[in-house]
Design a protein around this ligand. Structure first.
Ligand code: ADP
Ligand code: MG
Length: 302
């Protein structure tokens, strides 16, 4: 099959609407580099790529300021439902800032300001009227360093459910379900009352994922969730992401390009607060349309 014609004048988002060539093309591509993925053969996001998926959050022309310092410039990106979108780019380019705009975590930093729109269920996340507590329940977040509360394993997961005022029976069931969905249940089921701080780093991160899952979010934001973990724990989280995406929309910031290609369907490349390129992950890594993307993924900077 001939390589698809990429019209550089056309926005990439429009080009990927044509999913026929997309599917065919992806299935015919051979990885240029043998990544860990092909060695392990466990994940293959190209098999679950859905170029027709709806936009769960449609981000349009977002500018963000820390006081007078602008950190994001006219960022527009579709975040597709039940797909993994990876955000890559060199340190300081605005990945975390962008992620935090999506559940209004930047509101907690004095002097910040967001302009533009992120349409979620027909409403703009940045609207003053948005119920931020509800928003953060629907759009959960997992941080770079696992941050369990100094409480028992059970109470960490039960935390949000207690705030919501559920019955003890409901909480017990939901805690178990969340721990199962976070692939942690079998490791902790006999010691739910011990302190979460006694768990390994990888287990703590899966516990934080269970805590986010307990309140039934629709979107999960992950900011370099594996950067503090060893390779085995990293692999477990990546495996978990590929499971969770069947039910949730996932946005993951990663500085690890192999990780982006192992777990994500779509990738956005940021540079100095600007989204340079957005495309299906395979396309972005194998046929970047922008010189800056090519330079970055081939390790010329960053
Ligand atoms: N709380 C803050 N106050 C002021 N500037 C910040 C703050 N957090 C981040 N920045 C700045 O915003 C830019 C983007 O940072 P960040 O979003 O953390 O980048 P990344 O996650 O891609 O490494 C950087 O220049 C950083 O110094
Ligand atoms: Mg960051």
């Amino acid at each position: 099959m001939e390589q698809p014609h990429l019209d550089k004048q056309q926005p990439v988002a429009q080009q990927i609407q044509d999913e026929t060539w997309q599917r065919q093309w992806i299935s015919e591509q051979k990885p240029e580099v043998e990544t860990e993925q092909s060695v392990m053969g466990t994940f293959d996001p190209t098999k679950t790529l859905n170029a027709r998926s709806e936009n769960k959050i449609d981000v349009r022309n977002v500018n963000f300021y820390y006081g007078s310092k602008q950190a994001l410039y006219k960022v527009s990106i579709p975040l597709r439902e039940k797909q993994v979108t990876a955000l890559i780019g060199p340190s300081g380019c605005g990945k975390s800032t962008f992620l935090r705009t999506l559940n209004r975590m930047n509101d907690l930093i004095p002097g910040t300001r967001t302009e533009g729109q992120a349409i979620f269920d027909g409403l703009n996340i940045y609207d003053k009227k948005t119920d931020v507590v509800l928003l953060r329940q629907r759009i959960g977040m997992v941080f770079q360093r696992p941050n369990p509360f100094p409480k028992s394993i059970f109470e960490n997961v039960a935390y949000g459910l207690r705030i919501q005022g559920h019955s003890a029976k409901f909480i017990k069931e939901r805690v178990e379900e969340s721990l199962r969905n976070a692939a942690l249940w079998d490791e902790v089921k006999d010691r739910l009352s011990i302190s979460a701080l006694g768990l390994s780093g990888g287990q703590q991160q899966r516990l934080c994922i269970a805590r986010a899952l307990a309140v039934e979010p629709e979107v999960i934001l992950m900011d370099e969730p594996c950067s503090a973990l060893d390779p085995i724990a990293t692999l477990k989280i990546e495996e978990l992401i590929t499971e969770l995406v069947k039910d949730y929309t996932i946005i993951i910031v990663t500085h690890n390009m192999q990780q982006a290609s192992r777990v994500s369907h779509f990738t956005g490349f940021f540079l100095t607060g600007t989204l340079i390129e957005y495309a299906p992950t395979v396309q972005l890594f194998q046929h970047p349309s922008q010189k800056a993307t090519e330079d970055y993924i081939s390790g010329r900077f960053g």
